[in-house]
Design a protein around this ligand. Structure first.
Ligand code: NCD
Length: 306
């Protein structure tokens, strides 16, 4: 087993299967009256989030606590980073306190890889720039399997701002590894400049794609990462690529709607579509905790102290 989880490819096909298999037991733990096991007692997990987050940060914290690990939270705004401390010095300071895992989120791609070179602890990428967000992809896979069974031969559309989306990059790698066919649906300006090596098809016609897919993953417009106007207007984007109520009606029976959150209701997804029975958005959040327990378990429990 890999020591770090920096990208989906670190796991390989077998590793993904192992995380999904373990997740099932941690879903069971999460449903107990007291959802806690002693597995990581005495281990310390620190969250190093240089970018804002609601779901991912709380989810990792809940996961670590349910495994009885001690958790430390690093708040960039309230830290010595505001006094000019470098990333390296910050990381080495944290490591000197004796931590077993560092969960990193940063606006720049590659930061978790760099942190992994500096520390002995396990590093988990909780989202780096446009690059990867592996635990999101794993919880997406688990949630899809829960609703659809095997993903082999299933067709999944990923719709929206693929260009700036680390979720899309990790999802494509994970879905393809489980045998799904992925179609990206976006205007050309919101697709990466090159798709060479991406195991995907591309479409610009959401109405045509929707009836043929088993799942649709909607992506938020990453306006904080866009420094030019990539769509004429948000209203125009919604009219062409938003999952409106009418478009949701084009989905086949049993098809599921996903969104990693945070949702911009009324932009990529109509306000009421997120609450339809086909939407698994809250299930994704619930499964996220169990998936992160599985990842922490895999990275830390093998060398757990007695
Ligand atoms: C995503 C992220 O931060 O990459 N959110 C998440 O982790 N659930 C997607 C987004 O910000 O749109």
């Amino acid at each position: 087993m890999t020591r770090h989880l920096l990208a989906i490819d670190d796991l390989g096909d077998d590793g993904i299967e192992e995380v999904l298999r373990l997740t099932e037991s941690f879903v069971e733990v999460s449903e107990r009256a007291i959802p806690k096991v002693p597995t990581l007692r005495g281990r310390t997990v620190v969250s190093l989030f240089y970018e804002e987050s609601t779901r991912t940060r709380l989810s990792f914290e809940a996961a670590a606590k349910r495994l009885s690990a001690d958790t430390m939270n690093f708040n960039v705004g309230a830290s010595a980073v505001a006094k000019g401390e470098s990333l390296r010095d910050t990381v080495l300071t944290i490591e000197a306190m004796g931590v077993d895992a560092v969960i990193v989120r940063h606006a720049s791609a590659g930061v978790p890889v760099q942190v992994a070179r500096w520390v002995e602890a396990s590093v988990i990428n909780a989202g780096d720039g446009w690059h990867e967000h592996p635990t999101q992809a794993l919880l997406d896979c688990y949630t899809l399997r829960e609703r659809l069974g095997s993903l082999d031969g299933r067709r999944i559309a990923i719709v929206g701002d693929v260009k700036h989306s680390r979720v899309a990059r990790s999802d494509v790698a994970a879905f393809a590894s489980l045998g799904a066919d992925v179609v990206l649906v976006a205007p050309p300006t919101l697709l990466p400049p090159s798709l060479v090596g991406w195991p995907v098809e591309v479409s610009h016609d959401l109405d045509e794609v929707l009836p043929k897919v088993d799942a649709v993953v909607l992506l938020r417009m990453q306006q904080e990462r866009q420094n030019e106007a990539l769509v004429p207007s948000l209203r125009e984007y919604t009219a062409t690529y938003g999952l409106t109520r009418r478009r949701a009606g084009l989905l086949s029976d049993g098809a599921v709607v996903m969104h990693p959150g945070p949702m911009n209701r009324g932009v990529e997804i109509a306000a009421d579509v997120a609450d339809l029975a086909c939407s698994v958005v809250t299930r994704q959040v619930a499964n996220g905790v169990a998936v992160r327990m599985a990842v922490l378990f895999l990275l830390l429990a093998a060398e757990a102290r007695p």
